[in-house]
Design a protein around this ligand. Structure first.
Ligand code: NAD
Length: 257
């Protein structure tokens, strides 16, 4: 392939993106930063008010913002969300799988309900979203998928049996999709943050556990949603056309010790 160059400011102008979990936290930061970089964005979330608020902010940036409401653990919702994004944005260049839960407990008492809800959303829904979006991208001749994994996908964390299993699955799935779809010009990458200061992050790491965790992170702090969004912008941009199957870790050096 001939080198065609790319925008060195990682512009997403002319691109369309679908972001799950876009009503809050990291997903919202990604949807808004994508819009600031010039993309039209479909904000998918089960929280109607939150999805609509994100879509409104995208419109305030002068981009097309669309709210797609529903629980993506239902495969019919997955089909509706992906086809809705294609219909309303005209095409689908980028999928960001960000919706996730952290339901934590000691392994010996972790309920089947916590286990199943975690795997069903964090791993299974992420796969079916990727499959539905991937089919569209194959037809269109290419695309980018960014999967939200976690530091928990590569190291052990207390009370994280279900969560870490789901995120290790996301990292493995990212590699398989990257290999299978490279020939279709679809790049699939994961991002693995440490604790990020969102509702989910604050709840999972409240109090003593959080203070102890911060001491173990060489950088000495947790992250902000925008620091994750910046990585998603890069991976979604043409600058990352040869980057696929990678897991970009954003953790202040925690997991390399
Ligand atoms: N915050 C952290 O510390 C941290 C660290 C590493 C990875 N992550 C991952 O980043 C992602 C986002 O985390 P966050 O902290 O922004 O979470 P958050 O709880 O702040 O936001 C999650 C959003 O997803 C939506 N959502 C939840 N279940 C859904 C469903 N079934 N269908 C549709 N939408 C649904 C929620 O309504 C919410 O708006 C998750 O996959 C999480 O595992 C978070």
């Amino acid at each position: 392939m001939e080198f065609k160059g790319f925008d060195e400011n990682f512009s997403l102008s002319g691109k369309t993106a679908l972001v799950t979990g876009a009503g809050a936290g990291i997903g919202q930061a990604i949807a808004l930063m994508f819009a600031r970089k010039g993309a039209d964005v479909a904000a998918a979330d089960m929280n109607k008010d939150a999805a609509e608020a994100t879509a409104k902010q995208i419109c305030d940036y002068g981009r097309k913002g669309v709210a797609l409401i529903g629980d993506i653990t239902d495969n019919k919702v997955v089909e509706r969300v992906v086809s809705g994004a294609v219909a309303q944005l005209g095409k689908l260049d980028i999928l960001v799988n960000c919706a996730g839960v952290a339901l934590l407990d000691k392994a010996e008492t972790l309920s089947a309900d916590f286990w199943n809800r975690t795997i069903t959303l964090n791993l299974s829904a992420l796969f079916f979203m990727s499959q539905a979006a991937g089919r569209e991208m194959i037809k269109a001749g290419g695309g980018k998928i960014v999967n939200m994994a976690s530091q928990g996908g590569i190291i052990a964390l207390d009370r994280h049996a279900a969560y870490n299993s789901s995120k290790a699955g996301v990292i493995a799935l990212t590699k398989v999709l990257a290999c299978e779809w490279a020939k279709h010009n679809i790049q699939v990458n994961a991002i693995s943050p440490t604790v990020i200061l969102t509702e989910l992050g604050k709840k999972a790491w409240a109090g003593e556990a959080g203070e102890a965790m911060k001491k173990k992170i060489p950088a000495g702090r947790f992250g902000y949603p925008e620091e994750v969004a910046a990585a998603a912008v890069y991976l979604a941009s043409d600058a990352a056309n040869l980057v696929t199957g990678s897991n970009l870790v954003i953790d202040g050096a925690y997991t390399i010790q």
